[in-house]
Design a protein. Structure first.
Length: 213
């Protein structure tokens, strides 16, 4: 009997350690990245179709591999048209894109501190258009401000670098992902005329700094 006790204690220690090593970890991160948009429509707002994005992302661990992820991101592009003779501003345009994402993330600890993953989900999109032919005034009737809603999807593959040991309550992380994001075509009403179809489908990239807890 005396020999069985150390054996049972050792087995219990192994099981406890294994359970702790695969303990579910939730995630919180700050993101920065870009997405390519509809080039033709974006000419009104920028010389190229790349929209920079910043935002926040939170992940709720379902188990040691699967997580539900929610993210909120926003970005803005704009143009200022000036008179070459005296540099007076003649016209201003701006477009802000905000997205709310709900996704499923699947990762795998290949080696200690490195976990590749795939993520896919749905996107809710809010676009805001501003056109102003007299930027010196905020209240003149010639300015146009319109918003529109749309939906879309996103998918990406990435890699997460996890620092510290699994026994830490909070571990810092760095993540990088490359994928695709698309939003259905949506138009902004302009004085009775539909204008500016700003649906898009393009490459997306994000880099993240966050924590596991």
């Amino acid at each position: 009997m005396s020999r069985r006790i150390p054996v049972l204690l050792a087995a219990l220690g192994v099981l406890t350690g294994a359970a702790h090593a695969t303990e579910n970890e939730h995630e919180l991160a700050l993101d920065a990245g870009l997405v390519t948009m509809n080039e033709e429509a974006m000419r009104v707002f920028a010389p190229h179709s790349v929209m920079p994005l910043v935002g926040v992302r939170a992940g709720y661990a379902l188990d040691d591999r699967f997580s539900l992820v929610a993210g909120l991101h926003t970005g803005q592009r704009g143009l200022q048209i000036t008179d070459r003779a005296d540099s007076t501003e003649l016209f201003r345009t701006a477009y802000r894109a905000s997205t709310l994402t709900a996704a499923l993330k699947v990762d795998e600890d290949v080696v200690d501190g490195f976990a590749p993953y795939v993520i896919a989900g749905v996107v809710g999109h809010l676009g805001l258009v501003r056109l102003d032919d007299d930027p010196t005034r905020r209240d003149h009737p010639g300015q146009l401000r319109r918003s529109a809603l749309s939906v879309g999807a996103t998918a990406a593959a990435g890699a997460q670098f996890r620092f510290g040991t699994v026994d830490l309550k909070v571990r810092p992380t760095l993540s990088f992902e490359l994928g695709w994001q698309g939003v259905l075509n949506h138009r902004y009403d302009g004085g009775g005329d539909d204008m500016l179809p700003l649906g898009y489908s393009g490459v997306s990239f994000k880099g993240s700094a966050g924590v596991l807890f």
